[in-house]
Design a binder for this molecule. Structure first.
Ligand code: ADP
Ligand code: MG
Length: 359
């Protein structure tokens, strides 16, 4: 196992910059997820760590050793792709044996390593099958098994579950998490799926346009997004973003919406009177209330029952607000409702830069 340190790493293809000055320290044994929209540079960063892609400038260290000039095979890390890349003419056992054989591992040692890995992944009864006779989930497990037996310093995963259907993705997510709990091997996992990022990561690295936006635990990013990009990317249903203006009066700060409606702000925030801001509020933080006093009002436009709860779309004077409620109570379309935006739950961002202003 090993730590992975990335310092001042840049990547350009020709003149096109793809990654700008990436700094990231991954601890020994940590599970880090790189998440961001398609094309933001996740795979490029992962491939540079693996040595499959050169770096334009900067330094990458694995276990303290600079690996910039080291060939992929000498970095002692294992990559798991979405396309499995299994040898079709070999059995599951031989696919898993392959790297051990190349290293001249003794036969009895191979047998015990393979059977332990197969057992861990539920592949015991499939060892003599060829990949084409396996389901997508089983093939993915073989791909992981092949990596595990090498006992690499780190695992690098590039969207390993994207080819699977939703149910299987959910299962494999749990298996990957258990595997990491059992093996404790440093892992970097790339995905565009924020649910995978939230559920798997010790720490999430949110990337947009080749720039790291925020690094933190899943709940850090959820509860305290550093900017509008992270606020909007993490969370489903997505956070509501409303346009507002800061109104300062001595110690008291409020946000005024275009409609003239106001909400108070509790946290101390920088920013001037009349500054234009964006206000974020998560759907589960909006309170539908029976009290009229101090409440804002709107009209139910649409109701999405989810079983676990209900997403209620409320048309307001400042746009549509999505509200997540746990009750399955029927909010009739067209009904007028009162709601509040609890001051402690609102996120305030500078409208011009998108950076977080609130504490
Ligand atoms: P992600 O994995 O986040 O979807 P990638 O790392 O694959 O994104 O790609 C990042 C950007 O780099 C994209 O704009 C992509 O078009 C570009 N890119 C990737 N590989 C190459 C290449 N070999 N030559 C030129 N541009 C590339
Ligand atoms: Mg990619």
């Amino acid at each position: 196992m090993a730590s992975i340190d990335i310092q001042g790493v840049r990547k350009t293809y020709g003149v096109v910059p793809v990654l700008h000055n990436v700094d990231l320290s991954i601890h020994d044994g940590e599970f880090v997820v790189l998440v961001g929209p398609s094309g933001c540079g996740k795979s490029t960063l992962l491939r540079m760590i693996a040595g499959l892609e050169g770096i334009t400038s900067g330094t990458i260290r694995i276990g303290g050793q600079v690996v910039n000039e080291l060939a992929p095979k000498d970095r002692d890390i294992a990559m798991v792709f979405q396309s499995y890349a299994l040898y079709p003419h070999m059995t599951v056992r031989d696919n898993m044996n392959y790297s051990l054989r190349l290293r001249g591992t003794p036969a009895d040692r191979m047998v015990s390593v393979i059977s332990a890995a197969a057992h861990k992944l539920g592949l015991d009864t499939l060892l003599d099958r060829k990949p084409r006779t396996l389901s997508g989930g089983q093939r993915q497990r073989v791909a992981m098994g092949r990596s595990i037996v090498r006992q690499p310093k780190a695992f690098l995963f590039d969207e390993p579950l994207s080819n699977l259907d939703a149910r299987l993705r959910e299962q494999m997510r749990v298996e990957i998490k258990k595997l990491h709990r059992d093996l404790g091997t440093t892992s970097i996992y790339v995905t565009h799926d924020q649910v995978e990022a939230m559920t798997l990561a010790d720490r999430i690295v949110a990337i947009n346009g080749g720039v790291i936006q925020q690094v933190g635990t899943p709940l850090d990013l959820y509860e305290r997004p550093a900017n509008l990009f992270v606020a909007g990317f993490i969370g489903s249903p997505a956070i509501n973003i409303l346009d507002g203006v800061l109104r300062r009066d001595g110690e008291h700060t409020a946000i005024e919406f275009g409609s003239g409606e106001r909400v108070s702000v509790v946290s101390r925030i920088p920013g001037q009177d009349n500054q234009i801001v964006k206000v974020g509020i998560r759907p589960e933080d909006v309170r539908i209330t029976d009290q009229k006093e101090g409440a804002l009002t709107g009209q139910v436009e649409l109701v999405e029952p989810m079983g676990l709860g209900t997403i209620v779309h409320i048309g307001t004077n400042h746009g549509t607000l999505k509200v997540f409620v746990l009750e399955r109570r029927d909010h009739g379309v067209g009904a007028r409702v009162s709601y509040t935006l609890p001051a402690a739950k609102i996120h305030i961002f500078d409208a011009a830069t998108g950076e977080r202003l609130s504490e």
